[in-house]
Design a protein. Structure first.
Length: 502
């Protein structure tokens, strides 16, 4: 069995996609989960891009152990120095530098001749290696580059000290058989390649990112760059969960394995979707909510007789627990803590206390609390930080023959402030009343609501995406009452804005 490394770029290429803006605490939460998932490399960000990016990469480099931590850098000295500054405290740092090699990029974007590009790439790798013992070089837009020029660039950067070389399909142009041939060609025609890792990085513009990555694995790639839920620029990057489960389910074909703790996949997907505010489509492979549900009678009958009739992998293998233990208001702190541990949450005392307080509140409203409810509470609690605005009182009046009106009281910096407003509907009225209290003008870009569990008293989860001053913020609210969940989601987002302003 060959071992395939998983290079996760959720926090860099994924976070770079439109409408996502994670704060440092949220990036740390994702990184902690990626470490539990046992990815080999976390690309934590693009350190020079902004002070927020730098802070995120540095915080991850300082805290997360047992994983290689990487920052992206263009092939220029200032970027590489900044990347190194951010990751130098990591247990195992890696600088990832990139430069375009396709004719179209060299001519129109870089305005450089191929020989100049080659010189820049070599200089960048040499400089990066003078700082860090692990350096990856990516030939941006590799799939539209001349294959022989690409091999020349790769062999020169290897001689300059690159420890891994990456073949990005930057614009999602490749098709599997051709990409497989390209990987094979690079392996055959790049002097020095046997001493370094060969990586691929595929985008999904034609819906083939995963297929292309797997074709590369079949042709000798040692590493795959991917993101949780396939998050990423435009149509996204190759989805980590699909690559990992394909390699695992068809191990006899790939003759390869990854190190991934697959039972952490479901949880990773939920966390990334919650924090980024990007819902996962229901029929998404592996992590969609329908991925393991069987509707057709013939299928259900088959499943009852032998699961393998219609299931090629089990829900348990990605961490969906089938035995839903039920807790209620008489369950003590100890029972909640134990169940959380059994579900794989290693929380500190303060986090357990917060989750327990929310559990008690929920148990007052909901008779039975399932694992799904408990996990939703924990995701919500871990995501919380010091809030400037706290909901104290909420009243709405609505109907088909009345003007929707909301009265809201918030604790604002410790003092109670109340406001009322009418609106097009109850949610609009609430959000307008909140705006009056917070004095922060935001634009609501997205509003999503879903039931977390089943039954009449199911927990409702609302995700909102708001925009303030050009920046996007995601807010999340959880309650058995969807009006309250909507209110909490909006307040959550506004609290994030207040925190940034502070
Ligand atoms: O898609 C791409 O080319 C990239 C590189 C920076 C690796 O993300
Ligand atoms: Zn990319």
């Amino acid at each position: 069995m060959r071992s395939i490394k998983i290079f996760d770029t959720t926090l860099r290429d994924g976070e770079q996609s439109a409408g996502i803006n994670l704060n440092v605490q949220e990036k740390l939460q994702v990184a902690r989960q990626l470490a539990r998932l046992k990815v080999d490399i976390i690309e934590a960000g693009f350190a020079i891009a902004s002070p927020g990016d730098f802070a995120g990469v540095q915080a991850i480099a300082r805290e997360i152990k047992g994983v290689t931590i990487c920052s992206l850098a263009r092939a220029v000295k200032a970027d590489i120095d900044r990347a190194w500054e951010a990751i130098q405290d990591a247990e195992d740092p890696l600088i990832h530098t990139f430069l375009a090699t396709s004719d179209i990029h060299m001519k129109y974007k870089l305005n450089k001749e191929p020989d100049q590009v080659l010189e820049m790439a070599v200089a960048a790798v040499k400089h990066a290696r003078s700082l860090c013992s692990k350096v990856e070089f990516s030939a941006e837009d590799a799939t539209r580059s001349d294959w022989d020029f690409l091999c020349r660039v790769f062999s020169e950067v290897i001689a300059a000290g690159a420890t891994s070389i990456n073949v990005p399909d930057t614009v999602g142009y490749a098709i599997p058989a051709e990409f497989g041939r390209m990987i094979h060609y690079i392996k055959e025609n790049t002097p020095g390649i046997e001493g370094v890792l060969l990586s691929v990085h595929c985008h999904n513009d034609l819906g083939m990112a995963v297929a292309n990555s797997l074709a590369a694995v079949e042709n000798g790639a040692d590493q795959v760059e991917c993101t949780v839920n396939g998050l990423g620029e435009r149509a996204g990057n190759a989805a980590l969960e699909e690559i990992v489960m394909a390699v695992k389910t068809r191990a006899e074909n790939f003759k390869a394995a990854t190190r991934i703790a697959t039972e952490q996949i479901h949880r990773s997907s939920l966390l990334v979707s919650t924090l980024t505010g990007k819902p996962v489509q229901h029929n998404k492979a592996i992590v969609g909510s329908n991925a393991f549900s069987h509707e057709a009678g013939i299928h259900q009958d088959g499943i009852l007789k032998n699961r393998m009739t219609y299931e090629i992998m089990t829900p348990e293998s990605i961490g969906i627990s089938q035995s839903q233990l039920v807790l209620g208001k008489h369950s003590g702190r100890h029972a909640v803590k134990n169940r959380l541990e059994e579900l794989g949450y290693n929380l500190d005392e303060a986090e357990i206390e917060k989750a327990y307080q929310r559990f008690i509140e929920l148990a007052d409203k909901k008779k039975e609390i399932t694992d799904t409810d408990l996990e939703a509470l924990v995701r919500n609690e871990i995501a919380a930080f010091e809030d400037r605005f706290i909901l104290d009182y909420l009243h709405v009046s609505t109907g088909n023959c009345t003007i929707p009106t909301a009265t809201i009281r918030l604790k604002k910096d410790g003092e109670l402030v109340q406001e009322a407003s009418c609106g097009d509907g109850p949610i609009d009225a609430i959000y307008k009343a909140i705006d009056r209290i917070t004095q922060i003008t935001v634009k609501l870009d997205e509003y999503n609501i879903k039931a977390v569990s089943s039954g009449e008293d199911a927990l409702g989860e609302v995700l909102v995406k708001v925009r303030e001053n050009g920046n996007a913020y995601v807010g999340r609210g959880l309650s058995t009452d969807i009006i309250e969940a909507s209110t909490l989601a909006y307040i959550h987002a506004v609290n994030k804005i207040a925190r940034v302003k502070k």
